[in-house]
Design a protein around this ligand. Structure first.
Ligand code: ATP
Ligand code: NI
Length: 347
């Protein structure tokens, strides 16, 4: 997908740390996460199960549970989301920043038909007349592969996959500037999955909106995103233009992902996922890494730039790359005093 005309920054995540208090200890789900999403950009976030992707997506809208502790800055159009009031957050959610989560069924009113619930959004947000709004709802259903004749059915008559697709229509109807899509096509047939995501990506691009696409599916990310961040054990280990990350991965984990066979649609890299309560010392990936150096178990690598805008967190690549620049990614890995806003709790 083209990345020309991308320039203005829409969202910037700066040194984000998220941990969950649990009876077993502190789960460090996101550590020192820094990246930005530009206007009109589709940004992919990939990584194996439990690495912290959903936590990051929910943190952006302050949708985490009460046991979450969040630090750092999430700057959306110049405002730090973590400093906004609940009232300001409510006006941001949905209209400015939309979210499609894996579990969609909770959001529907069980006593209203699916079609009328979609039409209502167009009436309310776009001021459409009833008839036009119903027509638009039918068109949108067809767009995500649902026969419009089913619009008068109720949510319980729809399968989970169909409700997921309706959720996408609902999220898009609000025309958010930024859409956070967390595995929105999970469980759907691979062919229809890509087809639907392509439609969503097209609509997002048409509106010059941006999207954070969270996925296990490397194929989806490769085909639809402009830039990609690869997450491992709560950290970003590689980030860059998708085409570059895919064609010339700098982190052994990304390389392993690219060479792993998808199992039930999920990527499967050999070895065990690390604990986020007691993560491995040094590089978190070192116990599973085939390029391991002696220092990898001792030194925690910094996210460094290898080529233009292509960063990786790996001592092996650092050693073997001629062009590696010594400046860390975007913001220093260790926040300077006063930089992080510590201890903001939310739900
Ligand atoms: N509310 C919570 N309380 C305690 N731990 C949590 C909570 N939510 C998530 N976690 C833990 O945080 C870690 C990251 O979870 P997260 O759901 O963000 O991973 P993910 O990358 O989205 O995984 P998947 O690909 O399976 O959706 C996991 O260890 C998970 O158990
Ligand atoms: Ni998730």
């Amino acid at each position: 997908m083209s990345i020309s005309f991308l320039s203005t920054q829409l969202l910037s995540v700066e040194n984000l740390n998220v941990s969950f208090k649990t009876s077993k200890g502190l789960v460090k789900a996101n550590e020192n996460i820094s990246f930005e999403i530009k206007e009109g950009e589709i940004f992919g976030l990939i990584g194996e199960t439990g690495c912290g992707k959903t936590t990051l997506g929910k943190a952006l809208l302050r949708l985490l549970s009460n046991n979450a502790r969040i630090e750092g800055r999430i700057v959306y159009r110049g405002k730090n989301i973590l400093s906004l009031s609940e009232k300001e957050m409510r006006s941001l959610r949905g209209k400015e920043i939309g979210i499609m989560l894996q579990d969609s069924s909770i959001c529907f009113n069980p006593v209203l038909s699916v079609g009328s619930q979609i039409a209502e959004i167009y009436r309310y947000h776009e001021g459409m007349k009833k008839k036009d709004a119903e027509k638009k709802a039918s068109e949108m259903l067809e767009l995500v592969g649902i026969d419009s004749s089913r619009k008068s059915e109720y949510p319980h008559q729809f399968s989970g996959g169909m409700l997921q697709r309706v959720m996408m229509v609902v999220a898009l109807a609000l025309k958010p500037r930024l859409l956070i899509a967390d595995e929105p096509t999970k469980g759907l047939d691979p062919d229809i999955k890509l087809q639907i995501l392509e439609i969503i990506a097209k609509l997002v691009k048409k509106e010059n909106s941006s999207m954070l696409l969270i996925t296990h599916d490397l194929d989806v990310s490769t085909k639809l995103t402009d830039r990609t961040a690869v997450m491992y054990a709560g950290e970003i280990v590689e980030i860059g233009k998708t085409a570059t990350v895919i064609s010339d991965p700098k982190h052994p984990y990304t390389f392993a992902l690219l060479h792993s066979l998808p199992e039930k649609g999920l990527m499967n890299v050999s070895g065990q996922s690390p604990s986020l309560i007691f993560p491995p010392s040094g590089c978190r990936y070192h116990p599973r890494c085939s390029n391991q150096l002696v220092d990898c178990s001792k030194i925690h690598p910094t996210l460094l730039e290898h080529v233009d805008d292509h960063f990786a967190r790996c001592l092996f690549s650092e050693k073997n790359s001629k062009n590696v620049k010594r400046e860390p990614h975007l913001i220093p890995d260790t926040p300077s005093p006063g930089c992080a806003e510590v201890g903001i709790r939310h739900c």
